[in-house]
Design a protein around this ligand. Structure first.
Ligand SMILES: C[S@@+](CC[C@H](N)C(=O)[O-])C[C@H]1O[C@@H](n2cnc3c(N)ncnc32)[C@H](O)[C@@H]1O
Length: 261
């Protein structure tokens, strides 16, 4: 169960970011540029360009770099001091407004001041209480027509399976996971599921437009992209995308063949 404190200890103190700034996580797509154009951008392009973007959990700026040309103002919040310092150096104080956050609130941000809240590959390690706290804050800071795109865990959809997997002794479990017999949990938050996020958002009078369930390193759909906004209730489209990893492989093949990085 990753807590905010454990996330801080891992991402701020233990994780070795040197010389890649998170770009290695895009290797399945053939690099961050490919992943941006083929994976992230197609899912958010209706919201871009825009006025103010707030990015939660930028790390060392893998997506910040691509978001920057699409907005007038870019606000970053991460729990890691180290990551925020790197973002300040990388993008400059004039281009981005940086905050070290508490992992639950957006207290530095005025009400109804943000057009688009974005988070990718960061809130997957955030448990439901902190995530619902963020949802409340997203509802507060979004402008009346504002939207959000949040990548979070759906591990909580499989409590029995991951309960059994985590009950297997460590070395045997790792061997079976390495051989593809068992799925990894990717340190995802077990208390979070797409359905819980949908209900949490609705409690804050947010409308969930879509939820795309995707696998992350295994067969099960342990991650979810939730697209939400303020406004009147629309029917939520829920899409199970089992082909997500194949898509990445195809993009990587194209990029290798045509030497596109
Ligand atoms: C796996 S890294 C991803 C960084 C970036 N989004 C990327 O894709 O390269 C996770 C980042 O999320 C941050 N993080 C984790 N939990 C957070 C939370 N509750 N609020 C804000 N940032 C958080 C970590 O400090 C770290 O920088």
């Amino acid at each position: 169960m990753p807590t905010v404190e454990e996330n801080y200890a891992f991402w701020n103190d233990r994780f070795d970011w040197s010389n890649h700034r998170g770009d290695v996580w895009s290797r399945e797509w053939g690099g961050p540029t490919n992943q941006w154009y083929w994976c992230v951008y197609p899912r958010i392009r209706r919201q871009l360009p825009t006025g103010t973007i707030l990015e939660i959990g930028p790390g060392q700026g893998r997506w910040t770099h691509f978001l920057l040309p699409y907005c007038e103002r870019l606000v970053l919040v991460d729990i890691s001091h180290r990551c925020i310092e790197v973002c300040r150096d990388r993008f400059g104080k004039a281009a981005v407004e940086c905050h070290v956050g508490d992992g639950r609130t957006l207290s530095f941000q005025e009400d109804e001041s943000v057009d688009f809240v974005f988070s990718f590959e960061s809130l997957v390690h955030t448990e439901i209480l902190d995530l619902t706290s963020y949802l409340k804050e997203v509802a507060r800071v979004l402008k009346p027509k504002g939207r959000a795109f949040l990548h979070h865990s759906n591990l909580g959809h499989y409590p029995r399976y991951y309960g059994l997997v985590n009950g297997i002794p460590g070395s045997l479990r790792t061997t079976l996971q390495g051989r593809g017999v068992l799925d990894f949990d990717g340190w995802r938050a077990l208390s979070v599921s797409a359905e819980k996020v949908r209900r949490g958002a609705e409690q804050e009078q947010l409308t969930v437009h879509s939820q795309e369930l995707v696998p992350w390193g295994g067969k099960r759909l342990i991650d979810c992209f939730t697209s939400l906004g303020k406004g009147t209730a629309a029917e939520t489209k829920v899409y199970e995308n089992h082909e997500f990893a194949e898509r990445a492989r195809e993009v990587k093949t194209i990029s290798d063949a045509y030497e596109i990085r």
